[in-house]
Design a protein around this ligand. Structure first.
Ligand code: PGA
Length: 239
């Protein structure tokens, strides 16, 4: 794992955007893995600005998001579909048909997981996966204890994850209890991974990631086994 230290959230976002833009420009048809949450918002803002100023085009980019809440429709303001539209897709020239997010409203969620995993494979896999990290070491919604062999699957969200995400909902009760997430093995198949980490709330997770052994009790630790991981972390997260 290569670690790049930057001063703050803005610099993390700028550095990450340069990396993503270089990949888009150097590839005929890049497949990007995308994340939601507070961490990548700044990156998406930088990509939008670059699209407007420098004309980087997404007409040949395909995207696969890590996860979606079960029970939230595409129209729900808290769905990750809405997050991606308002934070990125509506502001760049990517055809929506080239963007993929698991459906949280599928009649058969297990079948939706299989369909999603197959779609990633049929697209030739993910070239560059953007990741954040949870305070408990989760990546995507892969909570501690998730098998490293897991493909896209249904998860029961831990209370700590629901509490961390409650800030976006009216109350904790409204935070869904389940989600569909790419699994650890789906993430590890990506050819390259860019992990973004910012703020002192992630300091303990960063320390564990750097110092601890690889264990299913701390999902992000598996990244140590991936051949091409870059971590862009700010000083607060690395202190
Ligand atoms: P955050 O979430 O970016 O909102 O901190 C990261 C995560 O839980 O993976």
């Amino acid at each position: 794992m290569k670690i790049i230290e930057v001063s703050d959230y803005k610099q993390m976002s700028v550095k990450a955007s340069q990396h993503v833009i270089a990949n888009i420009r150097n590839s005929d048809c890049l497949t990007l893995g995308l994340a939601t949450g507070g961490t990548p918002k700044g990156l998406y803002g930088e990509l939008i600005e670059d699209h407007h100023v420098n004309g980087t085009s997404y007409k040949c980019v395909n995207t696969f998001n890590l996860d979606e809440y079960i029970g939230l429709s595409k129209e729900d303001s808290n769905s990750y579909y809405q997050y991606m539209c308002s934070n990125l897709f509506s502001h760049i020239d990517i055809p929506l048909s080239q963007t993929h997010i698991p459906s949280g409203m599928a009649d058969d969620a297990a079948e939706e997981c299989r369909r999603y995993e197959n779609m990633i494979e049929e697209a030739g896999g993910i070239d560059l996966q953007i990741l954040g990290i949870g305070e408990n070491g989760h990546i995507g919604f892969n909570e501690p204890g998730t098998s490293f062999q897991s493909g896209t699957h249904i998860v029961e969200l831990t209370e700590s994850t629901r509490e961390a995400n409650a800030r976006y909902f009216e109350s904790l009760d409204e935070v869904p209890r389940q989600a569909i997430t790419m699994g650890i093995s789906s993430i590890m198949k990506s050819r390259e991974i860019l992990l973004l980490v910012s703020g002192k709330s992630k300091r303990e997770a960063m320390q564990k990631l750097i110092e601890n052994d690889v264990t299913e009790n701390f999902p992000a630790s598996i990244l140590k086994k991936h051949p091409k991981v870059t971590i862009i972390a700010d000083s607060a997260a690395l202190a």
